[in-house]
Design a protein around this ligand. Structure first.
Ligand code: PRP
Ligand code: URA
Length: 211
């Protein structure tokens, strides 16, 4: 696991919320709210390099020279299902972003991703793209999703997750060295079923109550 292109968000608020998220006694409603809040906090950092332009505004006292967003087009692309849980939290900060969807599930035997849906904004090549998925385990799903986006012309891609395993980070760094990864924590290992340990369990099931 290299340090380049990897930002582990060690902010106390994120770490606190992540601890509650990991707790097996945290129910679906609170789990959903926490994923939403952590996504907003990660989005704050992931949007740090959005371009600005100078402008002027009249304050009640005088004219101020100030800055506003240059209007770079943005896209949020959740990996279904669990990635959906991060969309609302991101939209809190970047409400004008378009949303693309990529449907993938991990085959439970091979752990390889199987695509079942892909719909992206038609001008994806012009957009700063945030791929979102709470879990980066083997990295198969995120790597495939990023590959599909690139095949359709996407270029500027960041990957935002909540929990990652070193295997997943290694895979993205190897297969997509241009992609910046944001996560809240990196756990030690994957178990024999490809689950991140100690992890937080199955993010999709905990978000949508399908345990
Ligand atoms: C989970 C998770 C990621 C993937 C991570 O999805 O949300 O998409 O596994 O694992 P990987 O890094 O080894 O590919 P899952 O396949 O369980 O589907 P779901 O979101 O529909 O529950
Ligand atoms: N997907 C999950 O939801 N959890 C894991 O730990 C790994 C993959």
């Amino acid at each position: 696991m290299k340090k380049e292109n990897l930002l582990i968000m060690d902010h106390p608020l994120i770490q606190h919320k992540l601890s509650i998220l990991r707790d097996k006694n945290t129910g679906t409603k609170e789990f959903k709210e926490l994923v939403d809040e952590i996504a907003t906090l990660i989005a704050y950092e992931a949007t740090r390099d959005l371009p600005l332009v100078k402008t002027t505004v009249e304050t009640p006292l005088e004219v101020a020279t100030t800055k506003i967003l240059a209007g770079k087009k943005l896209a949020i692309v959740p990996i279904l299902r669990a990635g959906l849980g991060m969309v609302g939290g991101m939209l809190n900060l970047i409400p004008a972003a378009k949303i693309g969807h990529i449907g993938l599930y991990r085959d439970h035997e091979t752990l390889e991703p199987v695509e079942y849906y892909c719909k992206l904004p038609s001008d994806i090549e012009d957009r700063q793209i945030f791929v979102v998925d709470p879990m980066l385990a083997t990295g198969g799903s995120a790597s495939a999703a990023i590959g599909f986006i690139k095949q359709r012309g996407g270029k500027n891609i960041k990957l935002m997750c909540i929990l990652a395993a070193e295997n997943g980070i290694d895979r993205i760094q190897r297969e997509h060295p241009d992609v910046q990864i944001y996560c809240a924590a990196v756990d030690e290992r994957l178990n024999e079923h490809g689950y991140i340990c100690p992890g937080l369990g199955d993010a999709g099931d905990r978000l949508f109550g399908t345990l």
